[in-house]
Write a protein that binds this ligand. Structure first.
Ligand code: NCD
Ligand code: ZN
Length: 350
């Protein structure tokens, strides 16, 4: 890594959690991701979800087909766990190198999670196989019980589901995805188990006030929802701590504007347009730019047991305004990016 007041050169990063969608949206949103990241762990929550080897291979092909020739980009595919899945899919999908991870969505916890898991005990046999083959288990860590306050669902998940799960399957390799609380920072940071966490740019920038600033602002609604300020500060300390158990995962989750701005708007923030710039801003504010490379480009590959990327990327200090929307082709359909209309200080050469 090379640091000067005007320029940062770092090993090319990977995105360890992204939603690329399908069809027209895929064509539009994959390019910003592929311009910066060398690899990305692609979430399987399509409709229907990716639950077979064949559909994962076909989805990967669709992604690769729309990547511009000059870009080197590898989508890393994931398996959506359901209660009716066979152990064979896990064994075979892992042996054939189709899946880099399995994804656990508690049923009805987030976008396209209705086919997810209603009770963790129903997939114990699958988890046994996941543990046995050594496939990372990626977890959307929220309980879905309506009796639990939405702001407490991540902390409740750790206590009720995650901690007992790790004690039952102590060799599991787990990533607690897109953490939003001090509770998660402490749990992951102090765990004796093989657990890491991804942290998104938006949870480092906003707290829950952002959703209610002068009115209801669906652009800042995502799951898990942003929490109180002290949680955001804990996430910033974790991301910039230099601890290998915290690494980059954008959770870029595009939804058309029309589906966000409605009486029941979708959860998800699209940050792929400027994710690395957004992280760089946080690391600079925390006086930790020297730790950006490890968080973005090293701790992820180390956890997944994959080689570091060889190429470098360069960020230059060039304050610029983030566009207010990204259109789908020439249509009026559009997605509002994270930081829309704001100034970001660093710009990555693309
Ligand atoms: C994601 C989506 O839209 O697919 N939404 C989100 O708010 N993060 C799903 C998810 O990761 O929870
Ligand atoms: Zn996600």
């Amino acid at each position: 890594m090379n640091l000067s007041p005007e320029k940062i050169t770092l090993r090319q990063p990977d995105d360890w959690h992204v939603h690329l969608r399908d069809g027209n949206i895929l064509n539009t949103v994959v390019v910003p991701t592929a311009r910066i990241f060398r690899r990305a762990v692609v979430m399987p929550n399509l409709q229907p979800p990716i639950t077979t080897i064949q559909t994962a291979i076909a989805y990967k092909e669709r992604i690769l087909n729309v990547i511009p020739k000059e870009l080197d980009f590898t989508p890393l595919m994931t398996l959506y766990l359901t209660e009716t899945l066979s152990r064979e899919v896990i064994r075979k999908g892992f042996a054939e190198g189709v899946f880099v991870a399995a994804k656990l969505y508690p049923a009805n916890s987030t976008t396209n999670s209705k086919d997810g898991v209603t009770d963790i005990r129903n997939i114990y046999s699958l988890i046994e196989t996941i543990e046995e083959v050594g496939l990372p288990l990626l977890i959307h860590g929220e309980v879905t019980n309506q009796d639990v306050d939405i702001f407490d669902r991540e902390a409740a998940f750790i206590e009720q589901i995650l901690d007992p799960l790790l004690h039952r399957f102590p060799a599991l390799r787990v990533v607690l995805e897109h953490i939003t609380t001090e509770d998660s920072v402490e749990y992951v940071g102090n765990s004796k188990f093989n657990i890491a966490a991804t942290i998104t740019p938006h949870h480092l920038h906003i707290n829950r006030n952002a959703m209610f600033e002068g009115g209801i602002r669906s652009d800042f609604y995502c799951l898990p929802v942003a929490k109180r300020e002290y949680h955001r500060l804990a996430l910033r300390r974790a991301a910039t701590s230099g601890k290998p158990c915290f690494f980059l995962g954008t959770d870029s989750a595009p939804h058309l504007r029309a589906f966000k701005e409605t009486s029941c708007g979708c959860a998800g923030i699209f940050n792929a347009l400027n994710a690395i710039e957004s992280y760089a801003q946080v690391f600079e504010e925390e006086d930790a730019l020297d730790r950006l490379e490890a968080f973005s480009s090293e701790f992820g590959p180390i956890f997944y047991g994959l080689p570091f990327n060889e190429k470098k990327i360069t960020l230059i200090r060039k304050p610029h305004r983030v566009p207010s929307s990204l259109h789908l082709g020439k249509t009026s359909e559009h997605i509002v990016p994270f930081h829309a209309g704001e100034i970001l200080n660093w710009l990555c050469e693309r």
